[in-house]
Design a protein around this ligand. Structure first.
Ligand code: ASP
Length: 363
């Protein structure tokens, strides 16, 4: 009998040691895109609308954590708010492709299991983040694209909408302006080529501030260098991290182009041993720099802090390579980092100690 109660005590001790409570560290961080976001080009009404949108996303996500929900559930709740808002380039309000369509990408990753799910190039799924979670939880795969992903989402009971649901006038006008600008630039460049001048990507990027359009390999890619992707990273009371990202990509992108958001390790990554990361910016650079995983790897292999690792990648490596944008990140102790190398980034966080902030600009 004595032996039995001793064993029982030992088991209970072990369970409580493993089931460490992280309630005092729960944290939620969001972003609503980075880019040329300055006080000078922002009206008070617009700023108010963005703050309200971010505030609601923070509130909905954090409520989940407070009630004992998981980090994946909190990330989904926060991102769905931003997907449903026309202000952000995700879900309703997504940017247009060159063909005049809205093609959406999203991903989720769970730090405890390293399980991940993603959808790419979907046009009828109302909330792509939920479809990414369904891929993670209800399929044997990590990423599904196009029609197949849409069929899967339908079978799993997710809300399907007509592609016209994603239309917003502001984004459609942005595409028209980008195309107009592209036409002008291409006419102009034909002359340059005759003179035998090489057009390097570097030169194209340098021209961008003048026009407000992003030039890339001779294409006018996105207007005003505003990357309105949304993302969320969270730490729950069980000590588990999660990261999620959802986007319409970049204005005027070519058919079938997939950005960094649904690429695990690039725009989205989570690992309980290191951190959870969600990115926003010029996807091609973020894919080539494997941004999310690089931040995690610097922590894992070099023992860097979250702040140092995120700064190293966003403020040094990406800057050297010409990759504009930023990330949000959280580690298992509830430390957060939100570096960006653009003019601004819509961002906000809530922590268990009551610390809560919504920020937009650099200063
Ligand atoms: N990273 C996204 C992409 O390249 C764009 C964004 O952040 O707004 O698709």
């Amino acid at each position: 009998m004595k032996k039995l109660s001793f064993t029982l005590l030992l088991v209970l001790l072990c369970i409580s040691a493993f089931a460490q409570d992280y309630s005092d560290r729960i944290t939620l961080v969001i972003h609503g895109g980075a880019g040329t976001i300055t006080r000078a080009n922002m009206s008070p009404e617009r700023e108010k609308a963005y703050r309200e949108g971010l505030n609601l996303a923070l509130q909905k996500g954090y409520e989940v954590l407070e009630k004992g929900g998981t980090s994946v559930q909190a990330v989904e709740a926060a991102i769905r708010v931003m997907e449903d808002s026309p202000l952000f380039n995700a879900g309703k309000g997504a940017v247009f492709t060159n063909e005049g369509k809205n093609e959406l990408d999203a991903a989720i990753m769970e730090g405890k299991t390293l399980k991940a799910g993603a959808v790419a190039g979907v046009t009828t799924i109302k909330n792509p983040i939920s479809a990414a979670i369904a891929v993670m939880d209800k399929s044997a795969h990590v990423m599904m694209a196009g029609k197949g992903a849409e069929q899967f989402a339908k079978e799993k009971g997710l809300e399907i909408v007509d592609p016209s649901y994603f239309y917003t006038e502001a984004r459609y006008k942005a595409l028209q302006r980008a195309k107009e600008q592209e036409k002008t630039e291409l006419d102009h460049n034909t002359g340059q080529e005759k003179e035998g001048k090489a057009r390097t990507e570097e030169k194209e990027i340098k021209k961008a501030p003048k026009t407000g359009y992003r030039h890339f390999d001779g294409l006018i890619f996105t207007e005003g260098k505003k990357f309105g992707t949304v993302g969320c990273v969270a730490l729950d009371k069980y000590g588990n991290l999660a990261a999620g990202t959802s986007t319409g990509g970049m204005t005027n992108k070519r058919y079938g182009r997939i950005g960094d958001a649904p690429i695990i390790g690039a725009g989205t990554y989570a690992n309980n041993a290191t951190c959870a990361v969600s990115a926003t910016g010029h996807g091609e650079y973020f894919i080539r720099s494997v941004v999310g995983y690089d931040i995690s790897a610097l922590m894992e292999y070099k023992g860097m802090s979250l702040t140092d690792a995120a700064n190293e990648v966003v403020m040094k490596k990406l800057v050297e390579r010409g990759g504009e944008g930023g990330v949000i990140a959280v580690d298992r102790n509830g430390n957060i980092a939100m570096p960006f190398n653009s003019e601004g980034m819509y961002r906000g966080f809530v922590k268990a100690d009551g610390n809560r902030e919504i920020l937009i600009y650099k200063d």
